[in-house]
Design a protein around this ligand. Structure first.
Ligand SMILES: [Zn+2]
Ligand SMILES: [Zn+2]
Length: 49
């Protein structure tokens, strides 16, 4: 389980990738990925799709 960086919900169906601004790992749930919801990195504040 992980917390989605876009919607903040706990999900077991997610993708994990590295932030473009730092080395923080971003989790994004399947729903947010398919809807192309942007995420905000909690570490550096990077905003990205
Ligand atoms: Zn989500
Ligand atoms: Zn970052």
């Amino acid at each position: 389980m992980a917390v989605c960086s876009s919607c903040g919900r706990k999900t077991s169906d997610f993708v994990q990738f590295e932030c473009s601004g730092c080395d923080n790992s971003i989790n994004r749930c399947k729903e947010c990925k398919s809807n192309e919801i942007p995420f905000t990195c909690v570490k550096c504040g990077f905003n990205g799709p």
